[in-house]
Design a binder for this molecule. Structure first.
Ligand SMILES: *[C@@H]1O[C@H](CO)[C@@H](O)[C@H](O)[C@H]1NC(C)=O
Ligand SMILES: *[C@@H]1O[C@H](CO)[C@@H](O)[C@H](O)[C@H]1NC(C)=O
Ligand SMILES: *[C@@H]1O[C@H](CO)[C@@H](O)[C@H](O)[C@H]1NC(C)=O
Ligand SMILES: *[C@@H]1O[C@H](CO)[C@@H](O)[C@H](O)[C@H]1NC(C)=O
Ligand SMILES: *[C@@H]1O[C@H](CO)[C@@H](O)[C@H](O)[C@H]1NC(C)=O
Ligand SMILES: *[C@@H]1O[C@H](CO)[C@@H](O)[C@H](O)[C@H]1NC(C)=O
Ligand SMILES: *[C@@H]1O[C@H](CO)[C@@H](O)[C@H](O)[C@H]1NC(C)=O
Length: 357
């Protein structure tokens, strides 16, 4: 018998800017078994493979973010084929974390034909990740070292050369990524489907260079977590509200020693994924009962969102974002979940320069 099930199209992520392999631990999950969710995990081209920003592509007028096109291809494939695996195409939600929250780009690139019925943006949105390699030297550097100069340049562009750090991220191609998302959102040029959006309290703790025995500068960690992750998410959510679309905001403070063994780590970048996917024991061994409850609760509420992106969460006590409204606070002070005033975050973000574009 075919059973209609809910479908989380999770975009697996490695950071877009440096060269980590996809962490499959985060997507190999038991969530499907527990909740009747088909976890259709979709690796996509990332880094140099997804966002090569090559000189030759630019000269040919074809400098497109192929990694975002991969996400579209995945959504189309799942739409066309998932019924054969018991999936329900009317209950597809597209979600990702960090670089994979570039599914937010998707929501602007396919405003009227999103295929899915909701989005989940964890620790990333259109507001950050501007490609500053306007001279396209990064790809040339790699191509030359691999003996592929002709392929990389196509034409005679000796200017596309440099030596230095390698960095890959999305470019403004006006197909998958646009110039000014504030303007675009206010003009209503995005998919107005409901979304879950949020960030972790201590994002930057896992993103800086190892500080050595002296430990971290927590002031710096806090400032960076706000300016790069938390505030762009708050701002994006508020823009979506002005555009008349529903966004359910979460703020994660979960700090469990099985995932965050060192005192300064706390809710670092990606630390919520083992909870969401129920894989925390694969990191640091058995967790606590509160940890199990946070994990179970997170899965429960996301399942409600997948079943009914408009009414599911409000029915379970998680209201959509609004001025002076509430965010869902996860794992704070030894608890599972509670509501917090969104104004606390808005106030913290008030003095932070807007990098949203
Ligand atoms: C979830 O997706 C990953 C990657 O495709 C797969 O390895 C894993 O077995 C899946 N988990 C379940 C419960 O289906
Ligand atoms: C890569 O691009 C960055 C700017 O985003 C630049 O600072 C760096 O020098 C470039 N590296 C190479 C090897 O071209
Ligand atoms: C390629 O550029 C170099 C340096 O700018 C120039 O000397 C050379 O003539 C160019 N070759 C062609 C085929 O345009
Ligand atoms: C983006 O658009 C907004 C709204 O139209 C505008 O206020 C802002 O100045 C623009 N930003 C840039 C960098 O052009
Ligand atoms: C810690 O970071 C803050 C904010 O970036 C900076 O003002 C301060 O000087 C740093 N402290 C130390 C000891 O480096
Ligand atoms: C995380 O919890 C531990 C104790 O369980 C505490 O010592 C540490 O300060 C907490 N870290 C953060 C960043 O909140
Ligand atoms: C939000 O709260 C502030 C201060 O508490 C108040 O001045 C403002 O009018 C409120 N805004 C809305 C939309 O309720």
């Amino acid at each position: 018998m075919m059973v209609a099930v809910n479908l989380l199209l999770a975009i697996a992520s490695a950071t877009a800017v440096s060269s980590h392999a996809v962490d499959t631990l985060q997507v190999e999950t038991t969530i499907g078994l527990v909740h009747g969710i088909i976890n259709s995990s979709t690796p996509y081209h990332n880094n140099i493979f997804g966002f090569p920003n090559a000189c030759g592509q630019d000269e040919a007028g074809e400098n497109v973010n192929m990694g975002v096109l991969d996400q579209r291809l995945a959504a189309e494939w799942v739409r066309d084929n998932i019924a054969a695996f018991g999936g329900d195409t009317s209950r597809m939600v597209l979600g990702g974390s960090s670089a994979a929250a570039s599914c937010d780009f998707y929501s602007y690139a396919y405003p009227d034909d999103a295929i899915v019925s909701g989005f989940i943006f964890h620790s990333g949105c259109t507001g950050h990740g501007v490609n500053t390699d306007l001279a396209h030297t990064n790809f040339t550097f790699v191509a030359e070292h691999l003996g592929c100069v002709d392929l990389s340049l196509k034409r005679n562009s000796s200017i596309c050369r440099n030596t230095g750090q390698l960095k890959w991220t999305t470019v403004i191609d006006k197909i998958t990524k646009f110039e000014n998302y504030t303007k675009r959102t206010l003009a209503g040029k995005y998919s107005k489907l409901p979304a879950i959006e949020g960030a972790n309290a201590n994002e930057e703790a896992s993103l800086i260079t190892w500080p050595g025995p002296a430990g971290l500068n927590m002031t710096y960690i806090h400032e960076k977590s706000l300016s790069v992750y938390i505030c762009p998410a708050v701002h994006h959510t508020s823009l979506r509200f002005q555009g008349d679309s529903l966004t359910f905001f979460y703020f994660n403070e979960a700090n469990f020693s099985s995932i965050s063994p060192r005192p300064w780590e706390g809710a670092y970048h990606t630390s919520e994924l083992p909870l969401l996917f129920g894989t925390w024991e694969d990191y640091g061994g058995p967790g606590t009962s509160v940890e199990a409850s946070v994990s179970g609760h997170w899965q429960d509420v996301y399942l409600e969102f997948m079943k009914d992106p408009v009414r599911g969460l409000p029915r379970h006590g998680w209201p959509a974002f609004g001025p002076n409204g509430s965010a869902k606070l996860m794992g704070a002070n030894g608890g599972v979940s509670q509501l917090m005033d969104i104004s606390i975050l808005q106030d913290e973000c008030a003095g932070i320069p807007e990098t949203y574009g």
